[in-house]
Design a protein around this ligand. Structure first.
Ligand code: HEC
Length: 255
């Protein structure tokens, strides 16, 4: 009898604990997935060569419209292991000072007039959308005569951005599915109608480099943090040892 009454609450408690444990395991995994079914792209912000190639692509193809206002050229030099001269000669085409933030030369009002939308600052783009989304977006432009720019995008339908990397990737065209209920035929996949200067594998790598660079831009302190991390752990270990010794010392007198 006594046993019976106890068992139910114990079982409930066990179920709740199990639920919490599962939530703790599943939630971070679900959050890490972020892309919502988009293919996962592995970027490595500790690969300096990849970051440098990504920065070069950004400065050649993106900074004309997009700013990285939370990052200074000087900070980027530190993060990417480049000298001031290397950055000023190869990665700064706007004439900005070395200590200045990376700003687009295009006035926002003009951009809005030309594209109908101002190109957003991309400093925090990866934090907002995730690296999988950005990589997929850069691979999903296709020719569409119905849009103002002549380009459309399966990841960002009717995007106002003209595809800046078409010479590298080439021109994709949509493979349409069946039109139903008077709706326009859905885009099922994209096919490369005219190859660009890069092979698909080279273009994948370029997108990975660009995405790695933007990931670094979203979290420039991450590079430094991973160095500091080891010291923090060492400090905590030493502090714990110290606290244990101290505790022993105090209790000796009490006993
Ligand atoms: C000619 C101007 C122009 C260039 C060059 C350009 N973009 Fe854009 N970009 C835009 C505009 C305009 C938008 C806003 C699109 C919209 O909201 O419909 C945009 C939007 C974006 C977005 C989506 C932002 C969001 O979350 O809403 C990303 C990511 C992006 N651009 C990345 C890039 C990258 C990377 C490059 C360089 C390879 C680049 N862009 C080059 C004009 C440009």
């Amino acid at each position: 009898m006594h046993d019976q009454t106890l068992r139910a609450p114990v079982r409930t408690l066990a179920a709740v604990l199990l639920g919490i444990a599962i939530a703790l395991i599943v939630a971070p995994a679900a959050m890490a997935e972020e892309g919502g079914g988009l293919p996962h792209v592995s970027v490595n912000i500790h690969d300096q060569a990849s970051l440098q190639r990504g920065a070069r692509l950004f400065m050649n193809y993106c900074v004309g419209c997009h700013s990285l206002k939370y990052l200074r050229y000087s900070q980027m030099a530190d993060g990417l292991g480049l000298t001031e001269k290397q950055v000023m000669d190869n990665l700064n085409f706007t004439g900005a000072k070395f200590g200045a933030p990376i700003l687009s030369a295009m006035p926002e009002a003009d951009a809005e007039k030309w594209f109908g939308k101002a190109p957003p600052d991309l400093s925090l783009e990866i934090s907002a959308k995730g690296s999988d989304w950005v990589a997929a977006y850069l691979k999903s432009f296709y020719l569409d005569p119905k849009t103002a720019s002549g380009w459309n995008n399966t990841v960002f339908p009717n995007v106002a951005m003209p595809f800046p990397l078409w010479q590298l990737q080439g021109e994709q065209v949509p493979v349409l599915g069946k039109a139903e209920n008077g709706e326009p035929a859905p885009v099922e996949s994209l096919s490369l109608a005219h190859p660009g200067s890069m092979t698909p594998a080279q273009y994948d790598q370029a997108v990975r480099d660009l995405t790695a660079f933007l990931t670094y831009v979203s979290t420039p302190d991450a590079l430094e943090r991973s160095h500091i991390g080891a010291w923090v752990v060492l400090y905590l270990v030493l502090f714990t040892l110290f606290a244990l010794v101290l505790k022993k010392e105090y209790w000796k007198d009490v006993h």
